[in-house]
Design a protein around this ligand. Structure first.
Ligand code: SAH
Length: 396
């Protein structure tokens, strides 16, 4: 079916990025918009000479339209079903649906050609997050389309957008099951179990984006004393335990995160005395820590820069944090250091870490350069989708 929606016409020459399939229309590019358009409406975008560029969701703000198609395809349930099936096939070809793995990201916004939508899968539950009003209005259609995926993969859909929608849109989303109900909150990643608190936890309840990087920590853990700083639900800790670490300390400023970590360690390694968890501020902990206490340190802080305006302070933050680790890690130690700030690029992050290393005066080698896993794909026309950066460093 082909359909056109309320029209939006661009200024002359402003169609170039759309012709290269970049999915955002900035408000400054718009010459004319149908006055009846409301936030979240489906719109058709035209060049100044009246050629249709595609259809998308309208939004109030600097990004005025998020493009869903670059032709006249209708945005209906069949559309969502097809895009979800495409996303599913990618995850299937990545080998993420296995007996020992049932947690992964099914939809990563622009990376899956569905700007404004995130879907994480935990067993038979999909946690659906709308980042745009358009996706909020489409939530029931999307939820129904999710249940049509092969193998009855999705049986429950939990909608969780209380904190992800622009508050100015006054949509007052309620976090709730929109299909099915609670079945289990235990999911599995690479054979390790964890509770997912999608009701109250951060993001969709677990950071699925560190799966591959946790596996790498497992490889380096044997015989090492490990510090997992900013542990949240303890992902890096239980991989380190499986990898044969002699001791693992998990630290997070949130007491809730510490109890989640303890529960997850208990789920996999009941009664294991190698693990301890502390609710403490990272900087306080690192300052008080003796030199040489740990041979492997993971630093996975929250995004220091949520916006470009916070970039300078964020870079100072990364430098200060990493400097502490370089000063204190045992000789021959391995440092896993990350940034999930989209506003900080790979080079800027590397420079911050480089400055921290130089400040410590130690010899440091880069062993690995890490990124987000393949179930968080980057749309080649939307480089802004790259956000997770990591370095694995050998510190003499
Ligand atoms: N590494 C985790 C994800 C980390 S999310 C994983 O693999 O799942 C970032 C965490 O940092 C959150 O749990 C948050 O509570 C914690 N945090 C934020 N500020 C902190 C601080 N100043 N000191 C210690 N932890 C902090």
């Amino acid at each position: 079916m082909t359909t056109t929606y309320k029209p939006v016409t661009l200024h002359r020459g402003k169609e170039e990025s759309l012709k290269r399939f970049h999915p955002w229309v900035f408000s400054g590019a718009i010459a004319n918009a149908d006055p009846s358009i409301e936030e979240g409406d489906l719109v058709s975008v035209y060049t100044s000479t009246g050629t249709l560029l595609g259809n998308g969701h309208s939004q109030v703000g600097s990004i005025a339209v998020r493009m869903l198609t670059f032709d006249d395809t209708a945005i209906d349930e069949a559309f969502y079903r097809q895009r979800l099936l495409d996303a599913f096939k990618v995850r299937q070809s990545l080998g993420l649906l296995r007996d020992d793995n049932n947690a992964f990201r099914l939809v990563h916004g622009e990376g899956d050609f569905l700007p404004g939508l995130v879907v994480d899968i935990y067993g038979h539950t999909a946690v659906l997050q709308a980042h745009s009003p358009g996706m909020h209005f489409a939530r029931h259609t999307i939820a129904h389309a999710l249940t049509q995926l092969p193998g009855s993969l999705v049986q429950n859909v939990y909608y969780k957008s209380e904190t992800t929608l622009p508050y100015k849109a006054h949509l007052d989303p309620v976090n709730e099951y929109i299909v099915g109900d609670f079945d289990t909150d235990v999911a599995m990643e690479n054979g390790l179990l964890f509770h997912v608190d999608w009701l109250k936890g951060q993001k969709t309840g677990f950071f699925v984006d560190q799966r591959e990087n946790r596996k790498l920590v497992e490889r380096y853990a044997a015989g090492r004393r490990v510090l997992n700083m900013f542990c949240y639900t303890g992902g890096f800790s239980f991989y380190a335990l499986r990898g044969g670490a002699v001791a693992v300390d998990s630290v997070d400023s949130s007491a809730k995160a510490v109890s989640l970590t303890n529960a997850n360690v208990e789920l996999n390694f009941p009664g294991d005395t190698r693990h301890r968890a502390f609710a403490e501020d990272a900087f306080k902990y690192l300052d008080a820590m003796q030199v040489g206490t740990y041979d492997l340190i993971v630093l996975d802080p929250p995004a220091f820069a949520k916006h470009k305006s916070a970039l300078r302070n964020a870079l100072v933050g990364y430098r200060r944090l990493n400097a502490r680790a370089f000063e204190k890690i045992a000789p021959g130690g391995i440092l896993f250091t990350f940034s999930c700030s989209q506003a900080v690029n790979k080079e800027q992050f590397r420079l911050a870490v480089f400055s921290a290393a130089a400040q410590s005066g130690r010899r440091v080698r880069i062993l690995h350069q890490l990124t987000q896993p393949a179930d968080h794909p980057i749309n080649i026309y939307h480089p802004e989708g790259e956000y997770l950066k990591g370095l694995v460093l050998y510190v003499e």
